[in-house]
Ligand binder design. Structure first.
Ligand SMILES: Nc1ncnc2c1ncn2[C@@H]1O[C@H](COP(=O)(O)OP(=O)(O)OP(=O)(O)O)[C@@H](O)[C@H]1O
Length: 183
């Protein structure tokens, strides 16, 4: 078991956004979270990450989780490889940069990266971190068509290696056999 929700409710600002949600993600599983703006997708991912407590129910994680959000996780003044080194073991940084086709930008300060390059850098952090559970909030935002294909391939590889993922996305992201959680 990598993630288990038992009858979970999520509340924000005194409003219950999600209730009675039960699901289980084991090795290779994925969940796709959909819903309109403000439905509670980001809040649900924060609950899955353990950053926000459930309003009701139980959340269990079998291991580490990596959360990708819109927030900038990297120090803007550091070079990309050093910024990533803050989050991951040094020997995992170069392979993660390669995986996201960012190796040529390793020495560039994070503040100079484009929107899509920043998003790729966020994904490189997730890849480098090696967590079993990937929690990706709008991971395709800012990515070009090749970037979306890359994201889909990385998700497939992660699942094939025994990982699991919960992805919230407005735009289509191929996530074969994913459980759909409609909010
Ligand atoms: N810290 C907070 N305090 C109070 N209300 C909040 C807080 N964070 C979010 N909310 C509210 O909770 C609701 C759900 O927000 P959330 O970001 O989870 O939605 P979302 O489905 O991810 O939306 P979007 O598609 O726009 O990203 C919104 O109405 C939002 O205003």
């Amino acid at each position: 078991m990598i993630l288990r929700f038992e009858d979970v409710a999520v509340a924000r600002g005194g409003r219950v956004l999600v209730h009675g949600l039960s699901l289980q993600l084991a090795a290779g599983d994925a969940a796709l979270v959909t819903g309109s703006n403000g439905a509670g997708k980001s809040s649900l991912l924060r609950v899955a990450a353990g950053l926000l407590g459930p309003f009701a129910g139980r959340v269990e994680r079998g291991g580490e989780a990596a959360l990708l959000t819109e927030a900038h996780a990297h120090d803007p003044e550091l070079s990309l490889d050093r910024a990533l080194g803050f989050w991951a073991k040094v020997d995992r940084v170069a392979p993660a940069l390669d995986a996201l086709e960012l190796a040529h930008l390793a020495d560039v300060p994070v503040r100079l990266l484009s929107t899509g390059q920043r998003r790729r850098a966020g994904l490189a952090r997730v890849v480098a971190g090696g967590a079993a559970l990937w929690l990706l909030d709008e991971p395709a935002n800012g990515l070009d068509a090749d970037g979306v294909l890359l994201l889909e391939r990385l998700l497939a590889e992660h699942r094939a290696r025994g990982g699991a993922a919960m992805v919230a996305s407005h735009t289509p992201v191929a996530l074969p056999h994913a459980v759909e959680v409609r909010l």
